[in-house]
Design a protein around this ligand. Structure first.
Ligand SMILES: [Fe+2]
Length: 305
C-alpha cells in the first residue's frame, strides 16, 4: 500500500478549489494523494480522473504451475451498491477494472446493503466486466440479509459465476488452477465442500467474503484466500486506529496481505461503505494481483513496481 498524505488546503484556495478537493477526498475515500509540493485544483482534477485507487500486489505461491506465472486477478469487494455507491460509481469501477485487462475478475461479496431494488442494477453494470477466464463471485453477509438467492440469480443471469461452496477450474498449458468460493462465514460457509475434489497439492485460491475463514482454509491446503468484509476499518482515526472491527482477530486480518501457516490472504478495503458514506485514511480500492510461482516463505509478497 502506498503512503498517503493529507495536506491542509492552502490559505489562498478559492471556493472552487476547496470544493474540488473535498470532492476528491469523497471519491477516494477520505484520502488525498499528493506528491510533495503539489497542492490545489490541478492535482485534484488529475486524481479524480480515476475514482478508485488500484492497489498492485505480487504474491508468490509454492504450488502455482509455471503456466500460470504472471496470472493477473482483479478483485472488487464490498460494492454496497445503493445510496452511498450510486450506479455511476460502480460503472466507473467496472471501467477501471476492464482497463486492467485481467485474466480473472473476482467479486468478494456485499453487492448490496439493505435493498433488493439494488440487486438487478448492480448485476446489470457488473455484466460489463471482462476477463480472459471469466468473472467469479461469492456472497457477503449483506447479500444474505437482503436475499442470497436473488443476488445469485441476478449475477448468474449476467454470466457471473457465483461460487457457493464449490469451485471452478481454470485450465491452461496443460496445467490447472482451482478457484473455490464459499458462502459467507455466518451463513453456511463450507470450505471442505468447496475444495472437495481438488488435489491436495494443487494451487487453490479461495474466495471468501469474511477473512475469518483463514483458520479453516489453512487446514484444507488453500494457497491464497481473497477476502473483504472489513472495509479496512473504513474510518481510521489518528492515534485511535480503526473504528470498525476491534476484536484481536479482526485487527489481525483487517487489511492487506497476511498469512497463517501455508495459507496467504489478501483482505481488500473494498469500494463501498456502510453506516456512513465516509472513509478516513482508508481509501477504497480495486486490487490488482499478479501471481508468481515460487517460495511463499517469509515476507515474499511485494507491491508491484
Ligand atoms: Fe461490506
Amino acid at each position: 500500500m502506498g503512503n498517503s498524505f493529507i495536506f491542509p488546503a492552502p490559505e489562498s484556495a478559492s471556493v472552487a478549489e476547496r470544493l474540488a478537493r473535498w470532492m476528491c477526498r469523497w471519491r477516494r475515500g477520505g484520502i488525498e494523494h499528493y506528491a510533495s509540493g503539489e497542492t490545489g485544483l490541478k492535482r485534484a482534477q488529475w486524481a479524480s480522473s480515476d475514482r478508485f485507487t488500484v492497489n498492485d500486489e505480487r504474491i508468490w505461491l509454492d504450488a502455482l504451475p509455471e503456466a500460470f506465472s504472471g496470472l493477473r486477478i482483479v478483485q472488487i469487494s464490498d460494492i454496497h451498491h445503493g445510496l452511498f455507491l450510486p450506479e455511476q460509481w460502480l460503472a466507473d469501477a467496472v471501467q477501471q477494472t476492464n482497463r486492467l485487462r485481467a485474466d480473472i475478475v473476482v467479486l468478494t461479496g456485499d453487492f448490496v446493503t439493505y435493498s433488493r431494488a439494488n440487486i438487478e442494477p448492480a448485476a446489470e453494470i457488473l455484466s460489463r466486466l471482462r476477463a480472459r477466464y471469466g468473472v467469479l463471485a461469492v456472497l457477503g453477509n449483506h447479500d444474505f440479509r437482503v436475499g442470497a438467492d436473488a443476488v445469485t440469480s441476478a449475477l448468474r443471469r449476467k454470466h457471473i459465476e457465483v461460487l457457493r461452496n464449490q469451485h471452478a477450474t481454470v485450465h491452461f498449458g496443460g496445467s490447472s488452477l482451482y478457484v473455490a468460493g464459499v458462502d459467507d462465514y455466518g451463513y453456511g460457509a463450507d470450505v471442505r465442500r468447496a475444495v472437495s475434489g481438488i488435489p491436495r497439492d494443487a494451487a487453490t485460491i479461495l474466495l471468501a467474503h469474511n477473512p475469518r475463514i483463514i483458520h479453516l482454509a489453512s487446514r484444507h491446503g488453500v494457497s491464497l484466500v481473497l477476502s473483504g468484509h472489513t472495509h479496512g476499518g473504513q474510518v481510521n482515526l489518528p492515534l485511535l486506529g480503526t473504528v470498525y472491527g476491534r476484536s484481536p482477530e479482526r485487527l489481525r486480518y483487517k487489511i492487506g496481505w497476511d498469512r497463517l501457516g501455508p495459507t496467504q490472504i489478501y483482505v481488500s478495503r473494498g469500494i463501498g461503505t456502510i453506516v456512513l458514506p465516509w472513509r478516513l485514511r482508508c481509501p477504497a480500492e480495486i486490487t490488482h494481483l499478479e501471481l508468481l510461482p515460487g517460495t511463499s516463505e517469509g515476507s515474499q509478497h511485494a507491491a508491484a513496481d
